[in-house]
Design a protein around this ligand. Sequence first.
Ligand code: C2O
Ligand code: CU
Length: 552
Amino acid sequence: MWTRRNVLKSLAAGGGMLATPATLRQAVGATEPDVEISLTATRGEAPVLSGRATQVLTYRGKVVKGDAGSVQSIPGSYPGPIIRVRKGQRVRIHFDNSLDEASNIHWHGLHVPDDMDGHPRYVVAPGKRYVYEFEIKDRAGTYFFHPHPHGRTGRQVYFGLAGLFLVTDEEEQAAKLPSGEYDLPLILQDRSFDAENRLVFLSDERARHGTRGGGMMGRGMMGGGMMGGGMMGGGMMDMMTRMMGFLGDRILVNGRPDATLSVATRPYRLRLLNASNARIFKLAWDDGSPLTVIGTDGGLLEAPVQRSYVTLAPGERLELWADFSRHAVGTELTMRSLPFAGDMAMSGGMMGGGMMGGGMMGMMMGNQSLPNGAAFPVFKVRVARSEKAPATPPKRLSTIVRYRPEDAVNFRKPRLFNITMGMMEWGINGRSFEMEAVADDEIVKLGALEIWEFTNDATMGMMGMMAHPMHIHGLQFQILERSVTRGLREGWQSVSAGYVDEGWKDEVFLMPGERAKVLVAFKDFPGLFPYHCHMLEHGDTGLMRNYRVRAH
Ligand code: C2O
Ligand code: CU
């Protein structure tokens, strides 16, 4: 049980503070923070399915100083907490690692110095503390946080570690969006459970968590059949999942299955975060009504836009204006994920077409009970009561100053990042992640605006092709243009109308065969930052590199 006394005890046992850069800054008397929070990563239990509680990893959060509303827990389950701050505030977060393995926290989407960003080189040993301290420089938006220990990020997030970091500012408040109980953060995840309600991950992880039965094929991972026939050992299966991405067969919203939101006949602000390891959502209302999108990764759009569906890859956020005033009390709506094609898991046609030799992978992925591209319900909305409120979103939400491509220092020669697959290893331009390695072509100048071009058309071969959401740490960028290889338009077309490229982004999602150019400015902070694929298993197995911002 978590009590104040136990926490104090564990802090004492941790042997005091590490000499992190933040603690050094404190020692020299930097400005006092406006908000001080303690976050402890620990083992816990959460009621997820009916019956026995599920063993999870979770963050316990608490306000040490400042507004009591700065930390809000998500009742009844493992994700969270929700941290709420305001632009311009100085925040100090004491992170205590009460896990039995190294961990740290990455503030996904936030513009912070490199030693505060949760780079895997700054992991925190079990029992130790790291003090994160930074000023909130970002505009209002739905950011989030999660661990980033290299090779273990997927596992730690899967078992429960991820929370929201909501920033507000004057511009957002002037837009007068639905707030309080009408502002609903929705964390979307997929998970698999065994018969005892334990989370199923890779087989060695199940063993770690004491799951019964040596069977390597987890329930829900494989249909049995051929795999069960012993054609492939569990080690092989694990290796594939570890590289290709883990997909669960239960959809959870804020840590609970079969989620139903009970709403009034009025507009809501829905903040969607895809905190899955590898699940791609193609979200739409089941009655066919369009979605009104008001925000992306880096906050509000300039004006609302409509989509018949939206595509949401791991790590991405989207905000919706959802108006239920047209519905009678008693109506039920379902937010569904629609089918799509083209990600390798669904690419029977492509694989079968002999374009790729990867029959084995296609077969294995095709065996999953809920592959990427399958259709499924995500959550329900029940219109429960009548209430009056203005029912149109503001015409103008915020101001976004557009970068001009011709201002980029490499306008004529965009920096190219090809997603590659070497000898069973992901990479970028043929190189995999090394903790501190930076190549010459990964060094940028402090203050420069650049065009970065990511390509996802070079990963042929045994592993086939997969979709990759590419994430750059430490800043928000703008998507300039996209294109797709002629032969791979079909899959691309099944999701691309759901992209929302109008706003600030910290991820750009690429379908197989797709390329995208983004405009990114390296302001304020020199140092070493990761950029990587946010399919967490891809990042953990090499699809990650560092870039260096050099101050000249
Ligand atoms: Cu949310 Cu390095 O990622
Ligand atoms: Cu990837």
